[in-house]
Design a protein around this ligand. Sequence first.
Ligand code: NAX
Length: 326
Amino acid sequence: MQRTVRVALTGSSGQIGYSILPRIAAGDVFGKDTKVILQLFEITPAMQALEGVVMELLDGAYPLLEDVKTSDNPEVAFDGANWALLIGSKPRSKGMERGDLIRENGPIFVGQGKAMAKAADDIRVLVVGNPANTNALIGMHNSDIPHERWHAMTRLDENRAKAQLAIKASVPVSKVTNMTIWGNHSATQYPDTENAQIDGKPAQDVISHIEWLQGEFITKVQKRGAEIIAARGLSSAASAANAAIDHVKSFESATPTGDWFSAAVPSDGSYGIDKGLLFSFPLRSDGNGNWEIVQGLPMSDFAKEKVEATKKELLEEKSVVSDLLG
Ligand code: NAX
C-alpha cells in the first residue's frame, strides 16, 4: 500500500511557506511514491492569504497531494501529523533587540508544544522560525514528545558554508562533505572547516588560505542572511525552504557512509555542551527515526573558542526564557 505522510506547517502563508509547499506536494521531500496530506496552520489574520495559497496548491494538480486542510487552531493543524515544520514566528521589528524577539516569540512555542502533545504521538518537529534554537527549546519543554524528536534548523548555514567552500576551491558543491555548523542559528554559529572535506580530502589541505578560512569565510556564512536582505529587499526564502527539505530528508534516510549533516538537537553533553541545550552538532541518521551525534572530532583552540562563544549565547537565550521552560 502507498504510504501517506501528514505534514503540519506553521507560517503557511509566509515566504518560506510559499516556497516549500509546492515542493512537498510534488514529492521532493518524502519521495515520488509517498502521498502527502498538508495540515496548514495560520494565525487568524493570515487565514485569507492562506486561502490563496491553498487555491494554488489545488491548481498545481499534484498527483501525490491527497488533501489540504487549514486551521487557525494548532491542535487541529497538528492532529496526527508525522512532521511539523514550525516556520511561523513574529518578525523582528525596527529597533527590537534579540532578547525582545526571544521574549515575543517564546509564548508561541509554549502554545504549539502543548497543542502538539495533545494532537500527535508520532511526530518529529523542525523549528525554522527565529530564534530557532531557543524556540525549539521552549516547545520541547512544553510537550511530552520525546526530546530527541525536536530539532532546529541550521541546514541553511551548512548549505551556505558548502557553497562558499565549493566556490573557493572551484569544485561542484556536491564535492564538499562533512560540514558541521556548531551551535546557534545566529551570527555566533561556527562553520567548521577543520573537519570538512573537499573531494574526500581535508578542506584545509585543499584551501590552504587559513586566514580566509578563519576570517572572511566564517563571517560570510554568519552574515549571509543579512547580505541577501540587502540585495533582495527580502529575507532568504527559496534557499531556506530547500534547507528545510534537506533537513527532513536527512532524518528520513540513512546518512551516507563517512559523511554527516548538521542540525540543532538537544545536547547529550557531547563536546562539553550543557545537556538539553538545543545545539547544532554533526549528526548521522539510521533512516529509521534514530540519530546520533558524531563523536571524537578534533578541535583546535580556535575552534574551541568559537564553540564556547555560541554555547554562551545559547545559555544566555535560555536564561531569558527560563520562566517558559515548564
Ligand atoms: P514571513 O514574514 O514571510 O512569514 C512569517 C509567518 O509567520 C507568516 O505566515 C505569519 O502569519 C506567521 N506568524 C506571525 N506571527 C505568528 C504567530 N504569533 N504564531 C504563528 N505564526 C505567526 O517570514 P519567512 O520569510 O517565511 O520566515 C519565517 C521564519 O523563518 C522567520 O522567523 C525567519 O527569521 C526564519 N528563518 C529561519 C531560518 C533558519 O535557518 N532557521 C532561515 C530563514 C528564515 O530567516
